[in-house]
Design a protein around this ligand. Sequence first.
Ligand code: ADP
Ligand code: ZN
Length: 433
Amino acid sequence: MAKYWQQDIETASRDQIAAWQNERLVKTVQHVYQNVPYYREQMKKKGVLPGDIRSIEDLKKLPFTYKSDLRDTYPYGLFAVPMEEVVCLHASSGTTGKQVVAGYTAHDLEIWGDICARQLVAVGADKSDRVHVSYGYGLFTGGFGLHRGAERLGATAIPVSSGNTARQLTILQDFGSTVLCCTPSYAMYIAESLEEQGVPLSKISLKAGIFGAEPWTEEMRKRLEEKLGIKAYDIYGLTEIMGPGVAYECEAQKGMHVNEDHFIVEVIDPDTGEVLPDDTEGEIVFSCITKEAFPLLRYRTRDIGVITRKPCSCGRTFARMSKPRGRTDDMLIIRGVNVFPSQIETVLIREGHSPNYQIVVDRVNNLDTLEVRVEVTAEIFSDTVTNLTASEKKLSESLKSLLGVHAKVTFCAPGSIERSTGKAVRVIDKRKI
Ligand code: ADP
Ligand code: ZN
């Protein structure tokens, strides 16, 4: 079984990768300067001309691109080719405001197929695999991205899309799906539904899961691997840059390889914009260097993570990014303390609780309050009030010691927290309502 989809590229020397990046960056900067008036203006404002960008060393001279730039130019203002060359549009799911529109040329789609095929091969898939895609199909990039990867690889794509969980279970069994692609929260919902329906693992043929599009923890990974009898891999991407496949996990499961032949990754201090050294946590920034239709430069993802260029045991030489902890805009500030929902998830699962939870933030008498609602089993839920209160208190103490801030814990009946078939809604911030 092949270990890589494009071995020469995925295991290229760091010098070779740098050479590709230098050449492609120069070309892309010329391309956007000539074809995107908005970028031309931004560069002029910063006093940079395309001739000033001769290698990746010069990247920091370029202005950042922010989500607000995409809103200001909505829908097509940053496209760098005429609409005749755009063969497909996608849009972000709009989790954090007005949606962003991305355009692709035929060549862009080929590259997208390749990078998703790299992910599939990295999880051990080949032509004989049946790839069950339960990411949403439509404007969201998830479904079509993995679908294109499966077709490109020559595997069998099963475009189930998200939702209709009963049907997902039937197809998993009847079609013999071997690789499941969806959000980790939806994978958990599918796993729970299999259990509820009494479907034993011997009735399904899954061997791997490709889960992404939202933050999830190592604890959640373990839980999913056990429940589904698979190896679970992380995939990262965003509409603005391409969709899923910007970075992909290998068998080592120690961070996701960034497809550096197509994207340059930087980590910056989100407050000052200063570029940080490898292995330091900060905001992840991407520049597209091969895209034709919608090539963003220095796009501020607002995702917080770490990049390393240390060698990986899988033999791939691309930089690796850590699981992003979350977005800067998901970060809750509770009485001055920064809290990421993923930290709460870590504690819940580590303490043996369910990954079905919701975080409610409010402000009472000018003081922020944090409540964690977590589902418990029917057995625990029907326990005596004294026992319940004691268990809630115990969890509250564990949360306090990790987060550094008090959280009220409320146990809820099984099934009472709404399940998501796409990206889970973990936080209800009443301060903003
Ligand atoms: P929206 O911005 O509307 O949610 P996207 O689908 O483009 O639309 O979302 C991309 C974002 O999803 C990323 O910027 C990141 O915050 C999140 N994301 C994607 N993959 C992962 C992953 N593997 N782990 C954590 N977060 C992820
Ligand atoms: Zn690796």
